[in-house]
Design a protein around this ligand. Structure first.
Ligand code: SIN
Length: 518
């Protein structure tokens, strides 16, 4: 058994920001991740950048861009928090404290090289080449490692959140409001399940892109946080709004994000015959909001029968391309595509969940002592379609707010109740890895084909039949099987897929990235 003041589950920008802010108040933080490497997170792979402030920029201009992209569904108080506090938080935490080496205009100046992305009215995005997330994550982890209040646990998978009503052995706790008291955690190396009690638990477990066949997300994005929060009784909202990134590399080895900042720097989407077809779908062409571009490419592919569109930046100088986009240049080159001379074949892929655990401005969910920050949470900022480069900012701002407020709460109120809970029961049946692999494929193909960019009642109904059955089957063997990270992931994956599907079935109106052709 372990006890901590604050348990942070997930080590991307939101988790790191929460841990940093809480530790600053002098409380003990346990920062855990299921990967063996703390840096493995969606943040690490973020390319484009993080919003700062442009020339003649102002919070109300940023707010207007977020709201326009969000298709009328943004929660304005949350947008105000982001646009007013965000740039200040970037300055104080990332620039002044962590000294993230964002690109400057030239070596001799301290003027930042702000980039553009679709649906931003000004250039306001800080970046470090095309590996911005990596630069931020590395700087955060170096700082956290030196902090004596922060304890790090890697290679540990949260199985379930502990709540009074689900886990307490005191039957009278049923009458308490829903309250989270920590998590059951599988230590992957030993197979031991630890009970981690926490005064406050902050979910920062990232996204869910892996429930789709094609995604920009790393393998850990299996919706673990959503499924755990859901089982604990947390409200999950806007789950139908899964954003598809318009441009990922089309290659048999898998999808690879081709940053929107390429288009921000002048790359053009076109057909093999050179037609800039996006102009047919939106006056801003390649720079239209992300949901419009993703659907435009999809529609054009159906009409033309082409397996991919082309994204061309080769009109820029080769040296500039190699310096500005080294990650994308190298990746494409390793697959035989020289982006300084030829266009990149691109297709849309699942990218970001705009919905999640419903939280307030301090990251609090409807379950007491449970907060959520970053992609797993829904603050309402993104509405039905997220504006590019808002996600790192949201993770930073809400992580900081939630960490700080949670720490203050634990300091203020003396006793946090921890009941006696039943010991973990170890089951013994082994699970055939082939079953897990095939079940994942069923989830991913079903979500991609029936709950993807374009949805219809018939497709959603078919998906429901498949996933409902699969969910029951997985629950049946989960109950008897020896616990493992892959089993936990599969159970979470099917539950998260169902949460998206059910939200999509209920929502008959096309809006933002939920599009129903019927
Ligand atoms: C990108 O670099 O295109 C991704 C940026 C984002 O999703 O905000």
């Amino acid at each position: 058994m372990t006890k901590t003041d604050i348990l942070v589950i997930g080590s991307g920008i939101a988790g790191c920001a929460a841990a940093r802010a809480a530790a600053k108040k002098g409380v003990d933080v346990l920062l855990m991740t299921r990967d063996s490497s703390l840096e493995e997170s969606n943040t690490f792979y973020a390319q484009g950048g993080i919003i700062f402030r442009g020339d003649n920029d102002a919070p109300h201009k940023l707010a207007a861009d977020i709201i326009a992209a969000g298709a009328g569904l943004c929660y304005e108080p949350a947008v105000r928090v982001l646009s007013e506090e965000g740039p200040r938080c970037v300055q104080e935490v990332l620039i002044d404290e962590l000294q993230v080496p964002f690109d400057v205009v030239d070596e001799s100046s301290d003027e930042y090289d702000l980039t553009a992305e679709a649906a931003h009215s000004v250039r306001r995005i800080l970046h470090y080449k095309d590996v911005t997330g990596r630069a931020i994550e590395t700087a955060f982890l170096q700082a956290l490692a030196k902090n004596p209040h922060i304890h790090i646990l890697t290679n540990a998978t949260a199985i379930d959140l502990l709540t009074l009503s689900h886990h307490s052995l005191n039957p009278l706790d049923t009458y308490e409001p829903p309250t989270c008291i920590g998590a059951h955690v599988l230590i992957n190396e030993t197979g031991v399940v630890d009970t981690v009690f926490a005064k406050e638990t902050i979910l920062a477990s990232g996204g869910l892109g892996r429930v789709f066949l094609h995604t920009t997300n790393p393998p850990g994005s299996r919706g673990d946080g959503i499924a755990m929060a859901y089982r604990a009784g947390a409200r999950c909202i806007n789950m139908q709004y899964v954003q598809f990134h318009p441009t990922t590399l089309f290659h048999p080895s898998g999808r690879f994000l081709i940053s929107e900042s390429l288009r921000g720097e002048g790359a053009r989407l076109m057909s093999p015959r050179g037609e800039e077809f996006m102009k047919r779908f939106h006056p801003n062409g390649s720079m239209a909001p992300r949901d419009v571009v993703a659907r435009g490419i999809h529609q054009w592919m159906i009409e033309s029968g082409e397996p991919y569109a082309l994204l061309d930046i080769s009109h820029k100088s080769p040296d500039w391309i190699r310096t500005r986009f080294p990650g994308i240049y190298e990746k494409c080159k390793s697959l035989g595509i020289d982006i300084t001379r030829e266009p990149i074949p691109v297709v849309p892929a699942a990218h970001y969940s705009c919905g999640g655990v419903s939280v307030d401005a301090l990251g609090r969910s409807n379950v007491a002592r449970l907060r959520a920050v970053g992609e797993v949470a829904c603050t309402g900022v993104h509405g039905a379609n997220r504006l590019a480069s808002t996600s790192l900012l949201e993770g930073l701002v809400w992580g900081t707010r939630a960490g700080s407020d949670a720490a203050e709460g634990t300091l203020k109120s003396g006793g946090h109740y921890f009941p006696e809970i039943a010991p973990w029961v170890y089951e013994r049946e082994t699970v055939d890895p082939a079953l897990i692999a095939q079940d994942w494929l069923t989830i991913q193909q079903t979500m991609w084909n029936y709950v993807g960019l374009v949805r219809t009642t018939k497709r959603l109904d078919r998906a429901h039949e498949i996933l409902r059955e699969l969910h029951l089957e997985i629950e049946r063997f989960y109950d008897k099987a020896a616990i493992s990270d892959s089993l936990i992931g599969l159970r979470n994956g099917v539950q998260t897929a169902l949460a998206i599907l059910l939200a999509a079935m209920e929502c008959r109106e096309s809006r933002g990235c939920h599009y129903r052709s019927d």
